[in-house]
Design a protein around this ligand. Structure first.
Ligand SMILES: [Zn+2]
Length: 483
């Protein structure tokens, strides 16, 4: 072989080696815009970032405002600005607030007393949403026990509820608003709901729109005493005083993004939590912790310099507690984007991460199984539950065919404080909640980068890949602290 030929071959070999090395290093750069670490390594970095440098506790502390974050109130506006400023500080882009109109309501004073020789106050009584202020001195009326307040209980009445307060038990088959509607049909002066045993009175909605007939919830013990007196044939007279306000408000959903890179940047993963709460206590469990979890997820994903393939949009919704008005307004305003969503992840009252639910396709369920198996250090249920119902902000998305996902968890003893005057910062199990942020951040990373998943909608009534059995549904509800 002559020297010239050897030189050419030498050059070709080296050229080939040089080209393959160039290609090897350029592919990840072209596809992601930078040299990304191996996905598994990246996920470990994310978990380490959350577990070592979490800012969840201070963010949750800041969001736990005395008086809660009721939609349309000053506290809610402070919270909206707080998450938006923090998201920007963490390096998220396109941060903005999206206003929507809604009827707002707040009670500032509630007093329920049993009128007798000496007045007996019902401690801890709460006005239910949309009850208007009573006249000075309140409204007094005799009480009639209407059992559980189901249709058959009202069917037994023969006009005797007119001008009286209807006394009903909480829970059962019917919502309070349904019990209220029936009581009004029978001419009741108002509704008095008895709390379930072992729980402080739980706030909620009775009237659909502001109305003057008072609706209140009282403790289980006070309710039992009144019911026993009525059963013994005594006349029980209650006086109810309520100060409340109703106004046309404009709360905001707070939104910020980690933009995607490359050809799939227009596709989206939504990471959502409702920022509003009731006006009792601090709204820590419901849903200060969820709001802080998605903020921590955003912080950690930015801190490890991840450049996702798809855009990850974080949304803090308002008015979940009031008929999901914030998420419904969002879905109505973003119709043209729904086909580009791969998954909407909703975090409502997270604790120690335990359960995954989805409304997605069997293929998506299998992808979640793969995720679960890769998170062996966490105790996630083997069964992926079927996500449905209207109990949180996933509902408007699932109804529109978007793939919904929820990460549920064990809340510990503080979990039962949601919707009560005890829902304070101290109720949140910090360590458990930080684990939820770590699990969520890895889930978001994987879903945003996995191009085997496709955006697009599926029918809400598509047969479930893994239907919840009644037993597991009960377990899921318990995990979510819903009863
Ligand atoms: Zn909630």
């Amino acid at each position: 072989m002559d020297a010239q030929l050897r030189h050419i071959l030498w050059t070709n070999d080296h050229l080939r080696l040089f080209c393959s090395l160039l290609l090897w290093f350029t592919i990840p750069y072209v596809s992601t815009g930078c040299f990304s670490p191996h996905p598994t390594h990246l996920d470990r970095l994310i978990i380490g970032e959350v577990m070592q440098n979490s800012e969840l506790t201070q963010n949750l502390r800041a969001l736990c405002l005395p008086g809660g974050r009721l939609s349309g109130t000053d506290n809610a506006f402070i919270a909206e600005r707080y998450v938006l400023d923090k998201a920007r500080e963490y390096g998220l882009r396109n941060g903005h607030l999206e206003a929507f109109a809604m009827p707002c309501w707040r009670a500032t004073y509630t007093r329920v007393v049993r009128l007798a020789d000496q007045e007996i106050p019902c401690e801890g009584a709460l006005a239910l949403c949309n009850t208007m202020s009573t006249p000075p001195g309140g409204i007094s009326a005799p009480v009639l026990d209407v059992g559980d307040g189901n249709q058959e209980d009202f069917d037994l009445l023969n006009g005797e509820l007119k001008g009286r307060f209807a006394l009903v038990r909480d829970g059962g088959r019917n919502r309070r608003s349904e019990k209220m509607d029936r009581a009004l049909e029978h001419g009741a002066a108002g509704l008095v709901v008895i709390s379930v045993a072992d729980r402080a009175p739980v706030i909620g909605t009775a009237h659909h729109t502001p109305r003057p007939e008072p609706a209140v919830i009282i403790s289980h013990e006070d309710g039992q005493t009144i019911a026993q007196a009525l059963a013994a044939g005594e006349t029980v007279q209650l006086n109810i005083q309520i100060s409340s306000e109703s106004w046309d408000g404009e709360p905001h959903n707070a939104i910020a993004e980690i933009p995607g890179h490359g050809p799939h940047r227009d596709e989206m993963i939504l990471v959502c939590a409702h920022l509003d709460s009731w006006h009792l206590a601090e709204g820590a469990i419901d849903n200060g912790n969820g709001s802080a979890v998605i903020l921590e997820c955003a912080r950690a994903l930015r801190a490890v310099d991840w450049r996702p393939r798809r855009t990850v949009r974080f949304i803090w919704f308002m008015a979940e507690e009031q008929d999901l008005r914030g998420s419904r307004a969002y879905v109505a305003a973003h119709q043209d984007e729904l086909d580009r969503i791969v998954a909407m992840i909703n975090i409502d009252m997270p604790g120690s991460p335990r359960a995954l639910w989805t409304s997605g396709s069997p293929q998506f369920v299998e992808r979640l199984q793969q995720f679960r198996r890769g998170m062996a250090g966490y105790v996630l249920n083997e069964e992926i539950g079927r996500l449905s119902g209207t109990w949180s902000d996933h509902a408007p998305f699932v109804e529109a065919g978007v793939c919904g996902v929820t990460l549920g968890g064990e809340l510990g003893p503080g979990g039962r404080s949601y919707h009560t005057a005890n829902d304070k910062f101290e109720c949140v199990d910090q360590r458990a909640t930080i684990e939820s942020a770590a699990v969520l951040a890895v889930l978001v990373r994987q879903l945003a980068d996995d191009l085997s998943l496709k955006p697009g909608r599926c029918l809400p009534d598509e047969p479930p890949a893994s239907a919840l059995t009644p037993a597991s549904a009960t377990q899921s509800a318990r995990l979510a602290g819903r009863h």
